[in-house]
Design a binder for this molecule. Structure first.
Ligand code: ASP
Length: 317
């Protein structure tokens, strides 16, 4: 009997200015536990022979459920003191994809994104329309908008509003490193298929229906037969560079190694344009890459040999 194909999983819980001094020992422990729990949820699916799609969904749901991350419970507040959530998911084997943006009343936006992919003829639904689509789905759990609230994110909103008021001329719109907590996962399953998913509350104090890269297929999420990517960072720059698709295109068209493609985009093209953040990626051999150009990125992984880890800061893992 041939040996079973290797599986692999990588996840992120956002990149940004994450300094040791800013995390209490308790918070850091809680975050590491939540990352490990999400990793095990996804890996259990893969080890049982499940699909990469189910694995990334299970991983992202676990992260949406954790108040530590800016997705689902614990999503950031917008300028009106409310929450608008974005999510997407893509199946590399079929190139099918689903996405939702500006969601206000669904507990797990990534599950709704999956339904858009599987139960609608569309790829992306937004705002009130996404809610109406959710109404047609029997088991999509709905919540009131304040269900996503956490005291920590409210404090961040107040800090951000104070910073904006006091910012020097021309600095108010500089959002570099001013976000973290978006979540995502990429997996390779036993059948050799890759999937990716990403979920976020977006950026603190956002207004005017702002949508970043997370729900945009090719921006914050992409998967094909060779490569899968989930990104996190200052979304406007990821959109302008079509980061997730660009990474997979470099692998597909130029034959770049995964590491070279991800490093070129995240460590060179993105900062050259003035953006920042990170990405996680997997190729069909199960190679994993997780570079970032910020001080930290919450991340966890299981390699094809079964070795696994959790890391936060730049000098780990
Ligand atoms: N990329 C997300 C956005 O711009 C934010 C993040 O990754 O933390 O909405």
């Amino acid at each position: 009997m041939p040996a079973p194909r290797p599986t692999a999983l990588v996840l992120h819980g956002g990149a940004g200015v994450i300094e040791r001094a800013d995390l209490s020992a308790d918070t850091e422990r809680g975050i590491r536990e939540a990352l490990a729990q999400a990793r095990e949820a996804g890996d259990a699916v893969l080890r049982a022979g499940g699909s990469a799609l189910d694995a990334v969904q299970a991983t992202v749901v676990a992260l949406e459920e954790s108040p530590h991350f800016n997705a689902g419970k614990g999503a950031v507040f917008d300028a009106d003191g409310r929450h608008e959530l974005d999510a997407s998911i893509m199946d590399g084997a079929t190139l099918r994809a689903g996405a939702v943006a500006g969601v206000t009343d669904v507990r797990n936006p990534v599950v709704l994104a999956r339904r858009v992919m599987e139960d609608s003829p569309h790829v992306m639904l937004i705002g009130a329309g996404a809610s109406r689509f959710a109404d047609t789905q029997a088991d999509i759990e709905r919540v009131a908008n304040d269900w996503y609230d956490t005291p920590h994110r409210l404090q961040q909103l107040h800090e951000e509003q104070a910073r904006e008021r006091e910012a020097a001329e021309g600095e108010a719109n500089n959002l570099k490193g001013r976000y973290f907590g978006t979540v995502g996962a990429v997996a390779l399953d036993v059948h050799g298929n890759i999937a990716a998913a990403t979920s976020t509350g977006g950026m603190t104090n956002k207004r005017w229906g702002r949508v970043g890269d997370t729900p945009v297929i090719g921006g914050g999420t992409y998967a094909d037969a060779r490569c899968g990517v989930s990104a996190t960072g200052w979304g406007e720059f990821f959109l302008r560079l079509a980061v997730a698709h660009d990474i997979c295109a470099r692998v597909a068209y130029r034959g770049d190694s995964l590491k070279q493609a991800v490093d070129d985009v995240i460590l060179r093209a993105l900062p050259a344009l003035g953006g920042d953040g990170g990405a996680i990626a997997i190729d069909r051999e199960g190679n994993i890459a997780m570079p970032f150009n910020t001080s930290g990125m919450y991340r966890a992984w299981v390699k094809p040999d079964g070795s696994r880890g959790v890391a936060i800061f730049g000098d780990e893992g």
